[in-house]
Structure formats: structure tokens, C-alpha cells
Design a protein around this ligand. Structure first.
Ligand code: BDP
Length: 670
């Protein structure tokens, strides 16, 4: 792939030019620290100045307790609270007031986003506060290169930015730059190693703790706390104990001591992330203990230091007998965790994937999210595009995330998923970043990371508006031509790209149909007769998984009303989820009047056409963006088109052969 010139590295959504409006002004900054450094750098470049005492100013960035506080700041009222800031334009001065340095930093980035418009007409004081305290990304990075999974499990952007050759990288410049990008989007927590904790990585908790501390040092200036994925069996593997039983006193003591050492080394350490009893990872089941027992043991070790444990609810049997139609992977998390509601400590956060399966392009919202009112839940999203084109396809995911966050599990009058997350453990996502010069392999995949941070800050933001914000920050400041066409073209290429991707891949919520193992590209029966529990059950008469109470696995019964009834009924079930919940004949008629089989044909043809269109639009942007970036995206769009055609042809042919029903519009299907 084309490599960009060195100066593009680190640019992403904070090119120096994005600071022009601030850097050309007189800025009062209280105290020392990151905000001062950022402003000083911008002023050095654009001719402004940092002022500390009295005198005329254009922008005040101050912590509310600062002395002296310019009079204009005193006139602005409001308590910002943790991480928050008050923003106002008063008497010709732009004011940002915060109660803590993190809030001030978020305020600075707010002014960056506004650019010149932050210095226009008067604005009454606005209070900006994050909807949730913890806004987190998880890295699935391995210290060693794993023989099958590589260095970053499900990574599509090269190696890890933290680890290299079995140890910490010597140069952590990019880690700091990453922290800056994350802070500018609103993220404040990060876990730095894979949830599948292999042998070397387990040692990060003990003898390799210094590596974690070094990463924490780089990220601290940007208000980001470091968390660590730990192996449940650490007391055995690292401590030489005979057991990892969470109720064993010796085991509890081992975790307490290990955790104490972590906080001695990293006083602002965030906590642990745990994947237990899942896909081969050890867990409490070996000792006939519950997942609440396991999580609480770690929560107790962390509590004296204010730390939290993120305990993942991704627990299911990956060695199912595919001939046994009574089992259903979709049921597993609810079956395991719903009975444990109310039994987790306050500092134990249950981290739940948004859907009951596994980060598919389309799934219903996980019923666990509605089943545990007495537990702090975090909703887990996947920014890394494992099942959504692996950062070779353009797939802007926030429209999907917004749908999930706006979903109301208890019906129209009830709370939304966003309310559950913000009232509990917040949002967590698997990061898509690696050591690729563009950070994310596909340069346009950066938008997913940026938007995740913004939605974690405020889940009600409009994904289309976030997209424009990202375009304006990333591309517009560095273009010397009219940015209008660039903005319009990128918006058109990206805003609907998740739905385009859905159109040319697995239909109507059936999921998977990807190549086993790496999960890129189509494989119509790739997972059909495997132990993973990911089936579509296509036969000559129909397709889809019967998850009804009446005749299927009973999964619909895990939802509260009205959804349990809606999903139970093939007539009421939303079309896009039909095959997730029902096995229907190919001639089943959807709400829009088309049959399932015709819908499959139509969407697959349409999806490919949309990719072809995006490719042509991008061609026209040659000259409007950096040539190396243009080349990189062009090459990737070629690959996306090739792959989309492959999906179209395999899926259409497969269902044509199964059903024998020709395309009503007479298009060529093999
Ligand atoms: C699946 C990935 C696998 C992860 C797992 C997880 O294929 O690599 O380990 O999720 O979330 O989607 O733990």
C-alpha cells in the first residue's frame, strides 16, 4: 500500500492548522500543563501570545480556582463539574472555565472544533459535561506476535503502537500523540493489552508493570488512565498458587497484594479488564463459582484504590454441537448473567457487547442490557472493523451505534440503551489503531474512532454531524482549495456506508457468512457446520434462525415487552432483523412488499453499485487531498469493489441455487 510522506504521520483530526484560530490570538491560560503547552505551540506557529496577567485578551482558558482570574471569567457563571467546562463569549472575549485540568483540556478542544466561530457573536454560558464518567477504548494488542492472531488481534492497521519485538517500544512518541487524539474526541480511559491474555502479556501485571507505567506517563498529560487486561488464572501462572478460586483466601490475598503493587507504581491506574470462561480463557466456572464471585474478588482488590474491574459478559460455549438445534449462542450471555443481577460490587462493571452474538453488521440489541437494573453495565462496541470490512472497506459505523444507543428496550416510553450506559459503566470500544502511518489502515476509518469518543461523551449527538465535524477538523484546515466539494463528497461516501456494507453482505440480520478464522470476505457456509454457534440454516425451503418461544430457541423471551412480542412475530419483526429471529420461506413478503429472496438480490446489486459510485466520487477528489492519501484510499476502494462483487455473486448465487427462484428483474445470477 502507498505510504504517506512523514509529515502526515500523527496528523489525523488535529493537524496544526486546526489551531489557527487560537494560535493567532491573545490567550490567557491559567497554570502550567498540557493546555498551556498546546496554546503556546499554536501561538508560536500563528503569531498569537500566551498572557498570564492583566491586559487585553481574546480567549481565557482557566481553572475556576485560578488566581488571578480575569474579570471577564468571573462574570461567567456555572459549575463545570468533573471533566466539564463552561463555554461563553462575553464582552468580546471567549471564555472556557473548568473545575479541573481535564475539563480545561476538553474545553480547549471544543474551541479548536469551533475554530473562528468561537470568536464571533456573544454567547451565553453553555455547560458542557460528559454523559458518562468513563469513556474507554480497549486494545486487543499482544506484546508478542501471536502465531495466529498476529500482534493486534483483529487489528487492520499494522503492529501495536505500544509493543514491539516482545517488549515496550523504545519510542513512545506515537503513544503520546494517540493520547492527544483520544482526548480531543473525549476518551479518558484505555486498556493496553488483549483480553485474551497470553503468557507474556500476563506478566504486565507483575514483573513487566514498568512497561504499563511508562505508557501511563505518556497518556497522563491528556487525562487518560491506563487499564490492564488480566488473566483470571494469574495466581497460578504468576504466583505459583495451586488454585485461582475466587473464594479462596490465599487467592484473594494474592490479588490484593498484586493490586497494591500496581497502585504503588501507577497511582492513577484505572483497573482491570477480564475475559473469563470465554473462548478458552480461564474463569470461575473451573471452581464452580459464579462470575459475580470472580468479578467481586477483583473489585475488592481494586476498591481501596478507587479502581474498577470491567468484567466482560461475552461468555458462551464455542464448542457447540451444530446438530443440536436446542442450543443458541444468542441466549448465552443472558442465561449466564441475568440471574446474577444485583450481586456485583459497585466498582464491578459488566461490559456487554451491543448484540447477543458478536459485533455483526446487524444484530438486535443484547437483552442483557435490559435485564440487570441492579448492575453497572458498560456497552461494548467494536471500532476495529472485524466484521465490517476490516478497514479495507469504507464503513462509517456511528449510524449503527446511534441506533443501538437510541433503542428503547422497554418500549417507546422507557429508557434508552444510552441511559443504561450513562447511568452505569459508560461506553467501551475496541480500538482500530495500529502503527500504520494513517493510524487506522484506511484513512477514513479514523472517523469511527473519533466519532466513538464523541458519542461516549454525548450519546445523543447526531452521527452525520459528527462526520462533518471530523471532516472539517481533519481535511478542511489543510486544503488550499474550496473545501465544499471535498466535504460533500466525503459525507456522501461515508454517511450511508454502513448500510451499503450491509446490503452487499449477509442479509436481513442473519450474520456471519464470512470466511472462518480471519472473517474477511464471503463464505456462505463457512461457519454452518462448525462448533461456534453461528448459523443461518439455509435450505431449499427457507433461511434464518428460529429464535421464537413458540417453535425455536426461546431467545425472544429474554426481551421485555413489547420487544419480546414484536420479535416473536414474523409479521411484526423489523425486516432488517427478520432472519435473526425467524426461519422463513424465500417467498416470505417483507414490509415493503418484496419477497426475502428478491430483497437479497436487489440489495446485493444495489450495494455494489453504491461502492462503484463512491469509487468514482473519490477519483474526482484527486488534487483536493494529499496525493499519498488519495492513492491509499483509491487502492482500498478498488479492493472494496472487488470484494463487494464477490459478496454479491456468492450470496446471490447461493440463494438462487438453494431456492430455485430467479431474479424478478432478470439480472445475471450464476
Ligand atoms: C470476537 C473476536 C475475537 C475476540 C472476541 C472477544 O473474533 O478475536 O477475542 O471477539 O470479544 O469478535 O473476546
Amino acid at each position: 500500500m502507498t505510504t504517506p510522506p512523514a509529515h502526515d504521520v500523527h496528523a489525523a483530526w488535529l493537524p496544526p492548522e486546526a489551531f489557527r484560530a487560537i494560535g493567532s490570538r491573545r490567550v490567557f491560560v491559567s497554570g502550567s500543563g498540557t493546555v498551556r503547552d498546546e496554546v503556546a505551540q499554536a501561538c508560536a506557529q500563528y503569531g498569537g501570545s500566551v498572557v498570564s496577567g492583566e491586559g487585553p485578551v481574546d480567549l481565557v482558558l482557566a481553572v475556576s480556582t485560578a488566581e488571578p482570574l480575569p474579570a471577564v471569567a468571573q462574570a461567567v457563571q456555572g459549575t463545570a463539574g468533573e471533566d466539564g467546562f463552561v463555554f461563553a463569549r462575553h464582552d468580546g472575549v471567549t471564555v472556557v472555565l473548568a473545575d479541573d485540568p481535564a475539563g480545561l483540556l476538553y474545553g480547549l478542544f471544543h474551541v479548536v472544533r469551533l475554530g473562528e466561530s468561537a470568536f464571533g457573536a456573544a454567547r451565553p454560558a453553555e455547560l458542557h459535561r460528559p454523559a458518562t464518567r468513563r469513556r474507554m477504548v480497549d486494545h486487543w494488542d499482544n506484546v508478542d506476535v501471536h502465531p495466529v492472531m498476529g500482534q493486534v488481534e483483529r487489528g487492520y492497521s499494522g503492529g501495536s503502537i505500544f509493543w514491539r519485538d516482545g517488549g515496550l517500544r523504545d519510542d513512545l512518541t506515537r503513544v503520546r500523540a494517540y493520547g492527544r487524539l483520544l482526548a480531543a474526541s473525549g476518551i479518558n480511559a484505555i486498556s493496553v493489552n488483549n483480553v485474551n491474555v497470553h503468557a507474556t502479556e500476563a506478566h504486565l501485571l507483575t514483573d513487566r508493570l514498568g512497561d504499563v507505567a511508562a505508557i501511563a506517563d505518556e497518556l497522563r498529560p491528556y487525562g487518560i488512565r491506563v487499564h490492564l487486561s488480566v488473566n483470571f488464572a494469574s495466581p497460578i501462572a504468576l504466583g505459583g498458587l495451586p488454585s485461582a478460586d475466587p473464594l479462596d483466601e490465599g487467592v484473594r490475598e494474592w490479588w490484593a497484594r498484586a493490586t497494591e503493587r500496581v497502585y504503588e507504581t501507577i497511582p492513577d491506574f484505572g483497573g482491570y479488564v477480564v475475559k473469563a470462561d470465554s473462548e478458552g480463557q480461564p474463569g470461575p466456572f473451573a471452581y464452580e463459582r459464579t462470575h459475580a464471585d470472580g468479578a467481586n474478588m477483583l473489585a475488592d482488590a481494586l476498591a481501596p484504590f478507587g479502581g474498577v474491574v470491567h468484567w466482560r459478559a461475552f461468555v458462551y460455549n464455542h464448542r457447540q454441537d451444530w446438530r443440536d438445534r436446542s442450543t443458541d449462542r444468542a441466549r448465552a450471555a443472558h442465561d449466564h448473567f441475568a440471574p446474577l443481577d444485583g450481586r456485583f460490587r459497585d466498582n464491578a462493571i459488566l461490559q456487554v457487547k451491543y448484540g447477543p452474538m458478536d459485533f455483526q453488521t446487524r444484530e438486535p440489541v443484547s437483552p442483557v442490557i435490559a435485564a440487570m437494573p441492579g448492575t453497572s453495565l458498560a456497552v461494548e462496541l467494536q471500532v476495529t472493523q472485524e466484521y465490517t470490512g476490516q478497514q479495507r472497506h469504507v464503513c462509517y459505523l456511528p449510524p449503527q451505534w446511534s441506533e443501538i444507543l437510541a433503542f428503547r428496550p422497554w418500549g417507546p416510553g422507557g429508557r434508552a440503551v444510552a441511559d443504561v450506559a450513562t447511568g452505569g459503566g459508560g461506553l467501551v470500544a475496541v480500538s482500530n489503531v495500529g502503527d500504520d502511518p494513517y493510524w487506522t489502515g484506511h484513512p477514513l476509518a479514523q472517523a469511527n474512532l473519533y466519532a466513538f469518543g464523541r458519542l461516549a461523551w454525548d450519546p445523543r449527538l447526531d452521527p452525520a454531524a459528527i462526520l462533518d465535524e471530523w471532516i472539517d477538523l481533519t481535511f478542511v484546515p489543510v486544503t488550499n482549495v474550496d473545501p465544499g466539494p471535498l466535504r460533500r463528497t466525503l459525507h456522501a461516501m461515508m454517511d450511508g456506508s454502513w448500510r451499503t456494507y450491509e446490503r452487499y453482505t449477509a442479509p436481513l440480520g442473519v450474520g456471519f457468512m464470512v470466511r472462518p478464522g480471519h472473517h474477511y470476505g464471503p463464505d456462505v457456509d463457512g461457519y454452518e457446520y462448525t462448533p461456534w454457534g453461528t448459523y443461518h440454516f439455509a435450505d431449499r425451503d427457507g433461511v434464518g434462525v428460529d429464535r421464537t418461544r413458540a417453535s425455536g430457541t426461546g431467545f425472544t423471551g429474554q426481551y421485555p415487552q413489547p420487544w419480546s412480542e414484536v420479535y416473536e412475530s414474523p409479521e411484526q419483526c423489523p425486516d432488517e432483523l427478520l432472519l435473526f429471529f425467524h426461519h422463513v420461506p424465500y417467498e416470505h413478503v417483507l414490509h415493503d412488499g418484496t419477497t426475502v429472496i428478491q430483497h437479497i438480490y436487489d440489495t446485493h446489486f444495489a450495494g455494489v453499485e453504491e461502492v462503484a459510485e463512491a469509487r468514482l466520487s473519490w477519483e474526482k477528489l484527486a488534487g483536493a487531498v494529499d496525493p499519498a492519501l488519495h492513492d491509499r484510499v483509491r487502492e482500498l476502494l478498488d479492493e472494496q469493489l472487488r470484494c463487494a462483487e464477490e459478496w454479491r455473486d456468492q450470496v446471490n448465487t447461493y440463494f438462487f441455487r438453494k431456492s430455485g427462484v430467479p431474479d424478478a428483474r432478470g439480472r445475471r445470477i450464476h
